[in-house]
Ligand binder design. Structure first.
Ligand SMILES: [Zn+2]
Length: 346
């Protein structure tokens, strides 16, 4: 049982991609309203308004990228980076605050407290040079590199269960054997960003340290459980991370307006249990970073179901039977095992 502290960026709700956009301020408003009324003493929240410095952001991003975002500060209109990613006059502050909260999450989560960066804009699609996929700066990639640079940790595992492949995070760290990047996501032939194939296992010294498990249409928590049971948990135990950094996305929910997976509400509890159990067995802290999730009505319930797995005692629910996984998942896992067997005992 590990208490969770949610940290919100004060300008997060002012950032906008435009009207009728799924990545809206409402996502945070509904979770805030749940936080203000829920009674679990192990779940707390607070705000932070400190902006990360240029120096911190340039640990990962190019100067041009930073300057491009900074130029939008205070604009009256929207500035469009691509078809679905924009900035308004508050985006620069929101995004630099989100990076700062990410740094806090990775440096201050410990065995007796987990920090959940409940921030907008999200980060995992942002590459070194380009904002994309609703993401401006890559909060989790920056936080990870920041902690490594300060020697707070020698090995960090990033686990990304958003329904989209975190291309930004994966490619930023693809050469780095100190970062194990694991992602379960919708098949890139059907879903944004169109990459994240099982063959993408990292490059150079980082070969074997990127693991992509693409999932079939309407795949569920059982497919994710199977991936952990057969492949991901054994690799995590061999890698021996000193912290888990989680890209927590909830758009794999079966009724997400832009999702194509079929994860149930309870499924997010199961995912939380799997991650908590790994962290407990390895005796390491967990830091959470909000990515996607666009069913506004269900968003607080999805997040609360997930986090309650971390801050409640629920050991007896751990061994749920995995018999409903798709054939495609079983084949993908076999392929991943073949591709990764030179790097891990699997
Ligand atoms: Zn997503």
């Amino acid at each position: 049982m590990v208490p969770i502290h949610f940290l919100l960026n004060t300008e997060g709700k002012k950032h906008s991609n435009g009207t009728f956009h799924p990545e809206s301020a409402q996502r945070i408003e509904v979770v805030e309203s749940w936080l203000s009324t829920q009674s679990n003493p192990n779940i707390t929240y607070g705000y932070n308004n400190i902006e990360a410095s240029r120096e911190d952001i340039e640990i990962i991003h190019s100067s041009n990228h930073y300057d491009l975002i900074k130029k939008t500060k205070g604009i009256d209109q929207y500035f469009r980076f691509d078809a679905d990613t924009s900035a308004n006059g508050y985006t620069f502050q929101a995004a630099t605050q989100a990076v700062e909260i990410g740094k806090i999450a990775i440096t201050q989560s410990n065995l007796s407290k987990s920090i959940f960066a409940l921030v907008r804009p999200p980060g995992h699609h942002a590459t070194q040079t380009t904002p994309m996929g609703f993401c401006i700066f890559n909060n989790i990639a920056i936080a990870t590199q920041y902690a490594l640079n300060r020697s707070l940790y020698k090995r960090i595992a990033i686990i990304d269960f958003d329904q989209h492949f975190g291309n930004g995070t994966a490619y930023i760290h693809e050469h780095n054997p100190s970062v194990l990047y694991i992602s379960t996501h919708a098949d890139p032939r059907m879903a944004y960003p169109g990459t994240g194939f099982v063959e993408e296992i990292g490059k150079g010294d980082g070969r074997g340290f990127s693991i992509c498990i693409p999932l079939g249409y309407r795949a569920t928590e059982f497919d994710i459980s199977l991936a952990f049971q057969r492949l991901l948990t054994p690799i995590l135990f061999q890698f021996k991370p000193e912290i888990l950094a989680i890209s927590a996305g909830f758009d794999g929910y079966e009724r997400d307006p832009i999702g194509i997976l079929g994860i149930s509400l309870e499924g997010f509890g199961l995912i939380g249990q799997i991650l908590q159990s790994i962290a407990l067995d390895l005796e390491i802290p967990v830091a959470h970073f909000l990515e996607g999730g666009y069913n506004i009505k269900m968003f607080p319930l999805l997040i609360s179901t997930y986090v309650q797995s971390f801050c409640s005692n629920n050991d007896n629910k751990k061994d749920k039977i995995i018999e409903q996984a798709q054939d495609q998942t079983i084949l993908t896992l076999k392929k991943a095992q073949t591709l990764l067997k030179d790097f891990w005992e699997i």
